[in-house]
Design a protein around this ligand. Structure first.
Ligand SMILES: Cc1ncc(COP(=O)(O)O)c(C=O)c1O
Length: 405
């Protein structure tokens, strides 16, 4: 049974009071808050004593155990092998690192396919690498009217010259969910690899790399109730065969060869705790993966009802515009971009903040998307996002504050 009150009581930050009002965190797309078990796991790792890997004494062994535990947790979350999980500072740095390694296999005359619905972290690393190698960049365009990325707009750009297709699982700006199946199928039919940016999917959807059939998938744990750590899934054979940019004494086998320098072990302890936290929201299955699947079903249902409440509320406010997909469906999650006639996005979020409601204004690094929507130089859009710990009351408070504007 999904009990939001008991869920919220696990998050110390959700008890925050600002100016006498309970804080409403509607900034989940920029990063979520963490439950006490994540905070405890991180502080326990530090207070127990954690040393660097490979020392052969207990605090060093702890670093190894924490790392392996976090790989198993992420493998359960993504349905892959623990050896296919690479950790790094954040999604952006992991993507830059992989882009160098992949680009080394490209030749002049090759091409890659990117999209304009993507966050810039799934655009610029690839575009720069392509530029350095004389590789053509083809950009699939989303529909600014509907907010959808028609898979055909991607697949029609794929031919035998294409080496990589980099595409979002979902948009961090409009909340659009991309239909990846035809894209992966078309890419693989001509031998191109597929890299999926699943950062925005983390808090909303159960990711299954086997089902997606992608070759790489990157994410960030701070978007799903954990610490500020990036994660990269890579198909085992590719992680093994590609030449990682690494220092000579570092491991030569994956996943270690992809993990530059010393990892944040306290964060990795938090990664496991974050996955266990999400799993705890589902009924206890035979495996952690089963519990995770159940948890995401509950999460989706709760977010869907918040999203429906939000959409019908926004449609009632005169002068308010909801951008992108206009109803809750498989094509969107509960991340919303809105504008209010006569008020800049910054004015809107400042007003919300004056009511202790935290939301974002701007482009949130989705710069190509904002440009297509014609709002890049107009202060972007207001982003209001809901995750499973948000409530119907918070939706209503947000509506009241928007109506005041
Ligand atoms: C969809 C998406 N991709 C990539 C990123 C970049 O993630 P990171 O901050 O871990 O580099 C973000 C961050 O907001 C994002 O929302």
């Amino acid at each position: 049974m999904f009990d939001v009150t008991s869920i919220r009581s696990q998050f110390p930050a959700l008890g925050r009071i600002d100016d006498g009002l309970p804080a409403a965190y509607l900034d989940g797309p920029g990063g979520t808050q963490t439950p006490q078990r994540v905070i405890d796991a991180m502080s326990t790792a530090l207070s127990e004593g954690v040393s660097n890997l490979g020392g052969g004494f207990p605090p060093s062994d702890l670093a190894g155990d924490i790392t392996e535990g976090a790989r198993r947790a992420m493998a359960d979350l993504y349905n892959c092998h623990p050896g296919e999980v690479v950790f790094g500072q954040n999604m952006t740095s992991l993507t830059f690192a992989l882009s160098h390694a992949l680009a080394a296999t490209w030749q002049e005359g090759d091409a890659i396919v990117l999209t304009d619905i993507d966050h810039d972290a799934n655009f610029t690393p690839w575009a720069r690498a392509a530029d350095e190698r004389g590789v053509d960049v083809r950009v699939a365009r989303f529909d600014p009217e509907t907010g959808l990325l028609d898979p055909t707009s991607v697949t029609e750009l794929i031919d035998e010259k294409v080496r990589l297709v980099a595409v979002a699982y979902s948009s961090n700006a409009l909340g659009t969910v991309v239909d990846l199946e035809p894209i992966v199928e078309a890419a693989h039919s001509t031998g191109a690899l597929v890299f999926v940016d699943a950062v925005h999917a983390g808090p909303h959807h159960l990711v299954d790399v086997q089902e997606l059939g992608c070759d790489f998938l990157a994410s960030a744990v701070y978007k799903f109730f954990g610490p500020h750590t990036g994660v990269l899934y890579g198909r085992a054979d590719l992680l093994a065969s590609l030449d990682a940019y690494k220092v000579r004494p570092a491991p030569s086998d994956p996943p270690g060869k992809w993990e530059t320098g010393t990892q944040s072990y306290e964060s990795l302890a938090g990664v496991t705790a974050a996955v266990d936290y999400v799993a705890s929201l589902g009924s206890s299955g035979n495996t952690r993966r089963e519990s995770l699947a159940d948890a995401y079903r509950e999460i989706e249902q709760h977010e869907r009802s918040l999203g429906e409440r939000f959409i019908s509320g926004v449609h009632e406010i005169s002068g308010a515009k909801l951008w992108g997909v206009q109803q809750m469906s498989r094509q969107r999650c509960a991340t919303f971009a809105v504008t209010i006639d006569g008020a800049s996005p910054k004015d809107v979020t400042a007003h919300l903040a004056s009511r202790s409601i935290y939301a974002w204004a701007g482009h949130y690094y989705a710069v190509n998307l904002m440009e297509r929507l014609g709002v890049l130089d107009k202060g972007g859009l207001v982003r209001i996002g809901f995750v499973h710990y948000n409530t119907a009351e918070e939706v209503d408070r947000c509506m009241e504050a928007l109506a005041e504007i």
